[in-house]
Design a protein around this ligand. Structure first.
Ligand SMILES: CC(C)(COP(=O)(O)OP(=O)(O)OC[C@H]1O[C@@H](n2cnc3c(N)ncnc32)[C@H](O)[C@@H]1OP(=O)(O)O)[C@@H](O)C(=O)NCCC(=O)NCCS
Length: 222
């Protein structure tokens, strides 16, 4: 079973105890964010992940020791896999047992900007599929594609070290299929994807094809 926890950071009031959950490195990072909204988002993401992952593992939030892989993905020892995403108005944590996951969210209002960026971030087949759509549907497709692409690069744990034009999402309704060029050393059939909207946000998740497709979604409250 996969679980997704989300919170609107605007509804979360941070306390001294929350700040105390941060490691010294995280405190430094926290203070580096100049816009107060971004700083708060960062803190909420830390509190959410430590609290929920600590509960799942039956240990205190403080005792969790995260490591990062060579591309910066936070990880924990053991079978629990997770991925975080945060943007204005939404912080999310996706958790799975034993297989990698990726999650990404963007505000849907960014769709026209993402459409303008399409030629520099999408694969050739994605661009031709986009051009074949009625004009009115293109911006929504762009934000869907963007979040799917990010969910995949995050599930692989490699972030932008993966060439964004080296893999393409194809839409055979209701299935979302991933085609990966050999240079990226993967088989698109290893993955399954889901994409949906929640209020003002587009969300996409990448899960291993062998994992359950079910995602139990929980609004997180302290
Ligand atoms: C990992 C990456 C994809 C983050 O994407 P993002 O959309 O900016 O941010 P998100 O909020 O979705 O995810 C950030 C979280 O991903 C996790 N993360 C960091 N590196 C990661 C990696 N290599 N793999 C998976 N997850 C990673 C972290 O938990 C991070 O949270 P934190 O910064 O609070 O610690 C990063 O490579 C990046 O900088 N992307 C820039 C955006 C972009 O140009 N995307 C184009 C895609 S079409």
């Amino acid at each position: 079973m996969n679980t997704l926890y989300w919170i609107n950071p605007d509804t979360f009031t941070a306390t001294e105890a929350d700040l105390a959950l941060l490691t010294p490195e995280e405190r430094t990072q926290h203070l580096r964010f100049i816009p107060p909204g971004k700083r708060h988002e960062y803190l909420v993401a830390r509190v959410l992940s430590r609290t929920v992952l600590g509960e799942k593992l039956g240990v205190s939030p403080q005792s969790l020791r995260f490591t990062t892989n060579q591309w910066g993905r936070p990880e924990l020892e053991g079978p629990l896999r997770f991925n975080l995403t945060h943007t204005e108005g939404l912080v999310m944590l996706l958790i799975s047992e034993g297989s990698d996951v990726g999650v990404d969210t963007e505000r849907i209002s960014r769709a026209p900007r993402l459409l303008a960026l399409a030629p520099s971030v999408f694969a050739p087949t994605e661009l031709s599929d986009l051009a074949a759509l009625p004009e009115v549907e293109r911006a929504q497709r762009a934000v869907t594609l963007w979040t799917l692409k990010e969910s995949y690069i995050k599930a692989r744990g490699m972030g932008l070290a993966l060439a964004l034009d080296g893999f393409a999402f194809r839409f055979d309704e209701p299935t979302i299929r991933l085609e990966v060029e050999p240079r990226l050393n993967d088989d698109g059939a290893r993955w399954q994807f889901q994409t949906w909207t929640q209020g003002e946000h587009q969300i996409s998740a990448a899960l291993s094809a062998s994992a359950s497709p079910e995602i139990a979604v929980h609004a997180w409250r302290r």
